[in-house]
Every structure is written in C-alpha cells, then in structure tokens.
Write a protein that binds this ligand. Structure first.
Ligand code: PBG
Length: 324
C-alpha cells in the first residue's frame, strides 16, 4: 500500500501539530542606518520602507521596534566625513559610538550588534586600507578593525560583527577585546560572505559603493563552494561565537552545510537586494508580499538558521502578531 502523505495535511489543526520549523520574534535582527547630522529621516530609494535616520530622530524607529517586540538591532553608520583611512570609524564621537551610548542608556533592553567594516567610512568605498595599486591591504586593515571593535565595546555594544572579509580579523578583534577587559562580548562574524550583486541597494543605503573596482579580492567567489567551510572553521578557531551566511536566499545550501558541520549558532543575512526584489514585485501587485516573506523566513529557519537579519523584521513581527 502506498503512503498517504496527505493524511497529515487534512486540516490546519493537524498541520499545526506536525510542523517542525518555528519562527518567532526573537529570531529577528533589524538593520538600522544612522546618519550623521540632524533632522534626517530619508527613505532609501531602492528599499521602500527603509529609512536613514539621524540620531535625534532615531527614537521613532526604536519605539516602533519596542512596540513590535523586536529586540535585536544591527547598526550601520553613515559619517559626514570620509577619508582614505576610515578614521571616523573608530572615533569616540563617531556616529555609531554615539548611537550605541544613546541607545544603551535610553533602551537598555535592545541587543545592539555593531557592524565592523571600513566601507562606509573610506573615501574610496573599499572595506579596508589601499596600497598604491588599489589593492586592499589585509594586515594594515586589521589594525583599523580592531580599533573599531574596541571603540564599540567601550561605547557599550553587545555583539561585534565584522563584515570586512579580511583574513585574521576575528583573532585580532578577540585579542583586543580580551586585552581590554571585554572578553565577554561575543563576536558574530560574517564568516561566509560572498561577493554579491544582491548588496546593490545596501550600498545606496550606506553610501558605501566602491568608487572603483569591486570587492572580489576579499569577498568570496560564489563559484567556489570549497571556501565556505574553511572560512567558518578559521573564524571559529579564532574565537567567533556566531557565524553569518550572506546573502541568504541563494546560499541556503551553504547555510545548511555550515550548521550541520559545526553546530554553532548560524545567522542568515537576508540582504538588501533580496528585500528590494520582493518589494518591487509586491508594489506591482505581482506577488502576495506577506506570504512570500513568511515562506522565505521559514526557509531560512528550515535550512538551519538560528536567527535572521532582515529588512522585513518589522513586517514579520506584524504578521506574527496577527497570527497569535
Ligand atoms: C559592509 C556591509 C555590506 C553589507 C553588510 N555589511 C555591504 C558590502 O559588503 O558591500 C550588505 C548588506 C545588504 O546588502 O543588505 N561591508
């Protein structure tokens, strides 16, 4: 006799009973863009519904998150001044350092994750320091990344998330944190980060597009799968506590492998291009936005993600609230 799979799909009660993938608000991490200046609330053109805020207007965003029950935020900064060496990125009075102090003092219940990278702070838009040929210098860049991480830690950040893709950054950051009595701050490393066109809208959002060339000499090549586990292994050895796989949708095979191989907490980064594509189709009435978004969120969880960084976090929280 053949198996009647449909028995367990008969009605919503039995479907709810046998389901084995769960999604909750605690899984969500919302990216927040904070721009230096005053009285700024600008919608990002390629990301409808996502805004850049100046610090004096950020309460509006944070209060909405509190109301919705979203506890984790990932901060990106847009400084007024950029230079070749990303000096604003580790300044005590930098936009993110000030934002961390402000948010910590006013909203102590947020888990604040600080993205550590140079690209928003360099005049050339690359994720590190350049040599005379425009090549990003690895070890010199590590010095800057360590300074950024330490400055975030001093400001009170909860988690450090390096996204630059230099080799050895996790070790460098872990060491400087430990040396300065911040050994308890977890490192959430963008261990698997592909050189991807899915980041296009983010670069509008963060003003971080490279002025020349691309990021292929430091971000990963999506045609070479063998690199992924090796990157994660190296980061874990260097002290990473949580690893990110990015982008998410086109890389769920990698995410599953990472989860099954290492068993550590894994975060899916549902990136800007993935957001914009869904939004564009939804605005045109071509798809059911809610259903598509939720199907994707469950896909990340089913693939093995513990948490999801997503620009849809507020929408997802609304949908989950409607259900409960
Ligand atoms: C910074 C950084 C990027 C993203 C997160 N951190 C951009 C990049 O690497 O070019 C992309 C996020 C997104 O597309 O949503 N290095």
């Amino acid at each position: 006799m053949y198996k009647r799979h449909r028995k367990l799909r008969n009605n919503s009660m039995i479907r709810n009973l046998v389901k084995d993938v769960y999604l909750e608000k605690n899984d969500l991490i919302y990216p927040v863009f904070i721009e230096e200046g005053e009285n700024i609330k600008n919608e990002i053109k390629s990301m409808p519904g996502i805004f850049r805020y100046s610090l004096d207007k950020i309460d509006e965003e944070l209060e909405e998150l509190v109301k919705l029950g979203i506890n984790s935020i990932l901060l990106f900064g847009i400084p007024e001044h950029k230079d070749e060496y990303a000096t604003e990125s580790y300044s005590k009075e930098g936009i993110i350092q000030r934002a961390i102090r402000y948010i910590k003092s006013k909203y102590p219940n947020f888990l604040i994750i600080g993205d550590v990278c140079c690209c928003e702070y360099t005049s050339h838009g690359h994720c590190g320091i350049l040599d005379e040929h425009g090549y990003v210098k690895n070890d010199e860049t590590l010095e800057i990344l360590a300074k950024i991480a330490l400055s975030y830690a001093k400001a009170g950040v909860d988690i450090i998330a390096p996204s630059d893709m230099m080799d050895g950054r996790v070790e460098k950051i872990s060491k400087i944190l430990a040396k300065n009595n911040f050994a308890n701050i977890p490192v959430m490393s963008y261990s698997v980060k592909y050189s991807s066109s899915f980041y296009g809208p983010f670069r509008d959002a963060a003003d971080s597009a490279p002025k020349f060339g691309d990021r292929k000499s430091y971000q990963m090549d999506f045609r070479y799968a063998g690199d992924a586990l090796s990157e994660v292994k190296a980061d874990l050895k260097q002290g990473a506590d949580i690893v990110i796989v990015k982008p998410a949708l086109a890389y769920l095979d990698i995410l599953t492998k990472v989860k099954e191989t290492f068993g550590v907490p894994v975060v899916a980064y549902n990136v800007s291009g993935e957001y914009s594509m869904v939004k564009a189709a939804a605005i045109n009435g071509w798809i059911n936005e809610k259903n598509i978004v939720m199907e994707q969120m469950y896909a990340f969880k089913r693939a093995g993600a513990n948490a999801i960084i997503t620009y849809f976090a507020k929408d997802v929280a609304h949908y989950l609230n409607e259900e409960s």
